[in-house]
Design a protein around this ligand. Structure first.
Ligand SMILES: Nc1ncnc2c1ncn2[C@@H]1O[C@H](COP(=O)(O)OP(=O)(O)O)[C@@H](O)[C@H]1O
Ligand SMILES: [Mg+2]
Length: 242
């Protein structure tokens, strides 16, 4: 794959938000700065900070503003409290400024047994003779106890089963998810003609709304390999070889 296909959450957000049908499926996102931190916390009482080049859920920070004016800052399964805006500002000032972060509206993801989950949807097109994008695999990732990110998980289940367990939908919702990721893949292809595969992280909120969290250009295939039913994994490998 071309070296030009770079992992950059801010670049990807801007590419996708240019497409009106996708813009409404993206959580509000800005580049993190002192001003955008306060602006976003006024708009949304909960926000998420992510390094633009991040992966595996590393260094993702959730900030929640409580009614009493304090702020809860959660990273992995640790939470610290800032008593007021000045303390939040001090905390912000010590973040590594050499690294770019995005700040994003927090989604209230649907849950299974109190744990948030999201969907991994694999889309591919043939390598040798670029064809139309196809959904070639999917599963749901359920967060571990105490975590808000689903990267730390020991539980993957079939996507449809997850929607049913969370009581937010069924096949119709899954089809809507698939239409969304296919459109997103087509839109990213415009920027990255060499792109052949994307593993999308798709959130479904408690109201059953579909949200694009991100597209991974080098998705981890191990979870597919571990599934009892090997048909998805075989299809994914077929697309990589043809
Ligand atoms: N805006 C958000 N609201 C709620 N949860 C989120 C949000 N963004 C990310 N998450 C959770 O954190 C996980 C990791 O975020 P993601 O953007 O995929 O970064 P990474 O590249 O580290 O995987 C997601 O799979 C999801 O479970
Ligand atoms: Mg991810």
């Amino acid at each position: 794959m071309s070296m030009l296909v770079q992992r950059d959450k801010w670049l990807q957000y801007r590419a996708l938000s240019n497409v009106p049908k996708l813009a409404r499926r993206l959580p509000e996102t800005l580049l993190l700065e002192k001003e955008t931190l306060h602006h976003m916390l006024l708009q949304h009482s909960s926000v998420v900070l992510k390094p633009c080049d991040g992966r595996y859920g590393r260094d993702i920070i959730f900030i929640r503003c409580l009614k009493n004016g304090t702020y809860h800052i959660q990273n992995e399964n640790n939470t610290i409290t800032m008593q007021n805006r000045d303390e939040l500002q001090d905390w912000f000032d010590q973040i590594d400024k050499n690294r770019e972060y995005i700040i994003q509206q927090r989604l209230y993801l649907a849950r299974i047994q109190q744990r948030p989950f999201d969907l991994r949807i694999m889309v591919q097109r043939q390598t040798a003779t670029p064809s139309a994008w196809k959904v070639t695999g999917s599963y749901a990732k359920v967060a571990s106890r105490g975590y808000l990110i689903t990267n730390v998980t020991n539980r993957t289940i079939p996507a449809l089963k997850a929607l049913q367990l969370a009581r937010i939908g069924g096949r119709k919702l899954l089809l809507q998810v698939e239409r969304t990721v296919l459109l997103a893949a087509k839109s990213l292809e415009v920027h990255y003609p060499d792109l052949r595969q994307i593993g999308f992280d798709i959130g479904i909120d408690k109201k059953g709304r579909v949200w694009i969290i991100e597209g991974n250009y080098r998705p981890d295939l191990r979870p597919f390999r571990r599934l009892k039913d090997s048909s998805m994994y075989r299809r994914i490998l077929w697309y990589q070889k043809h």
